[in-house]
Design a protein. Structure first.
Lengths: 143, 446
């Protein structure tokens, strides 16, 4: 149920993001979604792509530091309080969100969001019990 | 006469190494004889030396005991520059069979010359070096020191052929090809600068190779730049080889002034060819054996360019404890710093190797780093730029900031200085195949 995500270290310099995107484009890596978190002079670029291994190889070959981590992709009802209902299910079990961001595509009328939790394994169990849609990699990239 | 020649894979007798085990009184006798001869040679043939002797009111005949070396004048690197190119040669050019020169990054290069006999002395010193590091004739050796004017490449090359090993004269650079050759040629031993070898370990990892499993390299001699015990531990743990320190400098002869034995506890100096003293760099007075100071070397056997009391700028101490290997030639402590590399910031003396130690304490593997010194409104600032590797990277901005803080704290603990640590992308710090450029001092610019 977990999705593999690529995180790349970027210096906060003009051109470092566009350089990375160019490398991935040239390698034919399709970016499903991405998010940049920054902390002063550096940032972490998080990428969801169907071909995470290839993407990692390409960016490392180009000289970037990269690591693969796990996240989950959740179906979030597209209505007021939709996200709140998902978070409430986790909160009641004491699972905290480390970060989250929106997936670029949607399924039906709902939004898809990417989540990283402190305890990933327990989060998946709790989410499924609460009846919240958790995407597998196969389903996610079909959308 | 020879207690044992350790780890002798083939049981062959290695006659040159017998000199490493000479009885001590005999060794001092040889040194004294040679010191007298080299002093007389330099006095007769080298004007600069004779002028300085005259200024001190000294004559070669004043050298009666080994301690009398202290009556002789010092030489420094600038003497080689001021007499560029051949001013310190003691033989006509018809006797000189080889020239080497330094890169001359800080001005004119320095030039050194060798007679045929000097070449022999050098070759034998390197053979003894390699032998004490366990190199044998069955080894296939990749020599990654630069070939050409630098003494490293061709110097090691001669010694490697001398012991009958198979030499691959690949020189430095082209890292992926180095790894390919290492693998395909079944290389068992290497010669390299430590920083370049650390770079190669990373390259091998990137190529998907496991140094221990996929390569046959078992030992290496490393030198031409100061390196720390932490770097040795890293090299040995990451590559599974035994790393031995080879000591030398072009002004004296090149690599092969000394080398570590199997106990890896500081290089044994080939004292029959090189007389070592330790002096206080400020007063130039001798310090007692075992105490730290600047290493001063006199060449005892060289003909083309005798060098007397050369101030190496290397900080070390003579280790007077007998070595378990049984060699009677003494050891110096491993050189991890040079008085040249030291920089002073806010009144504190700092050696780049202290920063290295601090980084290694935090991360267990040595990242590429650069120390940048700047001056902001009259105040000196130290920034340490550290390249992030895949191993270091965490998918959490908070954890990366923690890492930054741990680096800074570790540097502060060792140097007492507050520093800014900046994490930078891999490959963004300039490097060269040979010596690493660790310090960027912009304090006196504009």
């Amino acid at each position: 149920m977990k999705i593999r995500q690529l995180s790349v270290f970027l210096e906060n310099l003009p051109g470092s993001l566009s350089g990375l995107c160019r490398i991935l484009a040239e390698a034919g890596v399709n970016l499903s979604t991405l998010m940049l978190s920054e902390a002063g002079e550096f940032g972490l670029l998080r990428i969801i792509t169907p071909d995470v291994e290839k993407a990692k190889q390409m960016v490392e070959h180009a000289g970037y530091a990269a690591t693969i981590s796990e996240v989950v992709a959740l179906q979030v009802p597209d209505r007021p309080g939709g996200l709140a209902s998902v978070l409430a299910a986790l909160e009641s079990q004491g699972i905290s969100v480390e970060y989250m961001y929106a997936f670029a595509m949607r399924t039906g009328g709902d939004a898809i969001m990417i989540f990283r939790f402190a305890d990933m394994d327990r989060a998946v169990v709790v989410l499924q019990k609460a009846g919240i849609g958790v995407f597998t990699a196969v389903d996610l990239f079909k959308t | 006469m020879i207690p044992h020649l350790w780890n002798d894979l083939e049981g062959t007798f290695f006659p040159e190494s017998a000199l490493d085990y000479m009885p001590e009184d005999r060794l001092r006798e040889v040194q004294l004889q040679r010191l007298k001869a080299v002093t007389a040679l330099a006095y007769d043939r080298v004007p600069l030396f004779r002028e300085r002797m005259t200024a001190k009111g000294a004559k070669p005949a004043d050298v009666r005991r080994l301690e009398d070396v202290r009556r002789l004048p010092f030489m420094v690197k600038n003497d080689l520059r001021d007499t560029y190119p051949y001013g310190l040669f003691a033989v006509p050019m018809s006797e000189v069979v080889r020239l080497h020169a330094s890169s001359g990054t800080t001005g004119k290069p320095i030039v050194v010359g060798y007679t045929a006999q000097d070449m022999d002395v050098w070759k034998q010193a390197i053979m003894r070096s390699l032998y004490s590091a366990g190199f044998r004739r069955a080894d296939v050796v990749q020599n990654m020191y630069g070939y050409g004017l630098f003494t490293g490449g061709l110097g090691l090359h001669g010694g490697l052929e001398g012991i009958g090993a198979t030499v691959i004269p690949i020189s430095g650079g082209n890292s992926e090809r180095q790894i390919m050759v290492m693998k395909d040629f079944g290389v068992t031993a290497v010669c390299s600068t430590p920083s370049y070898f650390i770079h190669l370990i990373e390259v091998a990892q990137k190529m998907g190779l496991d140094f221990k499993r996929d390569l046959k390299v078992r030992r290496g001699v490393f030198g031409a730049e100061p390196w720390t015990d932490h770097m040795r531990q890293y090299i040995e743990a990451a590559s599974g080889i035994k790393a031995y320190d080879i000591y030398g400098l072009s002004e004296i002869i090149g690599p092969g002034v000394g080398n570590e034995c199997e106990y890896q506890d500081g290089p044994h100096i080939f004292e029959d060819h090189f007389l070592v003293e330790i002096v206080d760099p400020a007063t130039l007075e001798p310090v007692p054996d075992g105490q730290e100071g600047e290493l001063v070397i006199t060449t005892l056997s060289k003909q083309a360019m005798p060098v007397i009391r050369y101030r190496t700028r290397d900080i070390t101490a003579i280790d007077i404890r007998p070595c378990r290997c049984g060699r009677t030639i003494r050891r110096i402590r491993r050189i991890s710093r040079r008085s040249d590399d030291m920089f002073i910031i806010r009144g504190v003396n700092v050696f780049p190797t202290q920063i290295e130690t601090a980084l290694l304490k935090t991360e267990a593997s040595l990242p590429h780093y650069q120390i940048v010194l700047t001056r902001k409104s009259g105040l000196d600032q130290m920034e340490v730029r550290v390249e992030v590797t895949g191993d270091m990277l965490r998918d959490s901005v908070g954890e990366m900031e923690q890492l930054q803080k741990r680096f800074a704290r570790s540097i502060e603990q060792i140097t007492g200085l507050h520093t800014t640590v900046t994490l930078v992308q891999p490959g963004s710090i300039p490097r060269s195949a040979g010596k690493a450029k660790r310090l960027l001092d912009t304090r006196n610019e504009a």
